[in-house]
Design a protein around this ligand. Sequence first.
Ligand code: ADP
Length: 546
Amino acid sequence: MNGQMMSAPLLISSLITHAARHSGDVPIVSRRIEGDIHRTTYSQLHDRARQMAHALGGLGVQAGQRVATLAWNGYRHLELYFAVSGSGAVLHTLNPRLHPDQLLYILDHAEDQVLFFDLTFLPLVEAVAGRCKTVRHFVAMIDKDKMPASKLPNLLCYEDLIAAQKPDFVWPTFDENTASSLCYTSGTTGNPKGVLYSHRSTMLHTYASVMPDAIGISSRDCVLPVVPMFHVNAWGLPYSCAMVGAKLVLPGPALDGKSLHELIATEQVSFAAGVPTIWLGMLQYVEQNSLSLAPLQRTIIGGSAVPPSMMRSFEDGYGIEVIHAWGMTEMSPLGTVCRLRQKHLADPLDVQHARLEKQGKAVFGVDMRIVDPQGADVAWDGKSQGDLLVRGPWVVQSYFGPDGAQPLVSDETGAQWFPTGDVATIDADGYMQITDRSKDVIKSGGEWIGSIDLENVAMAHPAVAMAAAIAIPHPKWDERPLLVVVRKPGTEVTREELIEHYKGKVASWWVPDDVVFVDAIPIGATGKMLKNKLREQFKDHRLPGV
Ligand code: ADP
């Protein structure tokens, strides 16, 4: 017997209609590529999103077709989030940090029909436009008087498209399983793979994200997503903020410490989100200039492991709570968030800190396991490591496209799980800690050495700006760790001092065999260290005594 309640589909358009109706006057502040600060509200944004939805129809975009963006975090990009998905088409956010050849591959693979872009990316668009097979219209996201002189075919002006339409578009109702948006993985191994989200998966992810033990935002927050809207939908924050009616501050192209600090101070940002590499820059800027970070109260950091030293800088130096989170494109992205339970509040401070350094507990909706190579469950004792598997309504089922691989594995009951490629421990209270990506693991004498632990220890040294631990082939032990270090400007530290720094902090057989100093560590399109590049660079490195 079915229940007798309304069956209203979960649709992304409901987020903006709700925000406009119930939080219509809440500001959305954007730093534009023009350099100025732009202000709008949820109510005005709703009108413009509906004008854009009409315009998309005028461009011939049909339900299910892909509309691509190459854009920073800004109000026009946000309008497209609602206009494209809300009207039944699929928003495909492209990562401009990818190599043009990779972008071209993704544009063709997704069969994008229209490409919206910020002027910053005009040269990139011009470089690929002649070669991409399906894009029919290029739209510059800029005022009419700033339209560039360009040979792009069918180049349209965003503001012209909006101005020609009325804000009376009626959002269609359709099946909540309809595709809403598309993100490609960064493709550090092989070609990027498309993850196609649905309205249902996005809405459930949004409900779960805003819960207090998850991202935890409310209508009293002013939220600064530094994480790009081209990277896993800025961790869903554009949707979450609309759901709760939070003020949004969108940083545009200016992601340097000074610009971010300025926005935090002038817009009274209470909550910010970003990857560790972004916060390294901002912390350095505020430290060097003896600035305060008030009114920021909380920051959620993920995408890579947060170095404990960064947590201490935020918390002890500025009184800002750091919330460590883990996820991936295949998970929309939220998987776990680290928050203390009631019983942990009685723990000594150092025990609390150690717990908060973990990636945290599964958000309701995500189920997880750790397994050995035979697929058997590994104990949740906080020590035993295993391959991390997940499942849930916002976890990928299969990759996009005719060649879309089916990545899931079945357990003995037939239930399907997504193998994350991460290696982790889970403790008795359910707190998960990533020790490595499976391809970054250092295997010494048949045992795993956690490269993240080695990096965290190095990062705690006052002279270390960035550190990566990578595996180097070893005749006796198979592999041994090499530490690659970028020194902070104006500091000195030797190989011997760094090796000494490990004593007593990790098992003696984990201590790196060698340290090399470099000017920079290669960073990928989503802000992560490219350890495969480092392994290639140092493949002929001879460890001492070998
Ligand atoms: P995103 O960077 O948004 O998480 P990607 O799909 O690009 O999405 O990368 C996912 C991978 O990033 C994870 O499988 C994991 O290896 C790594 N990762 C994400 N968050 C963390 C974290 N908090 N700690 C350690 N690794 C993380």
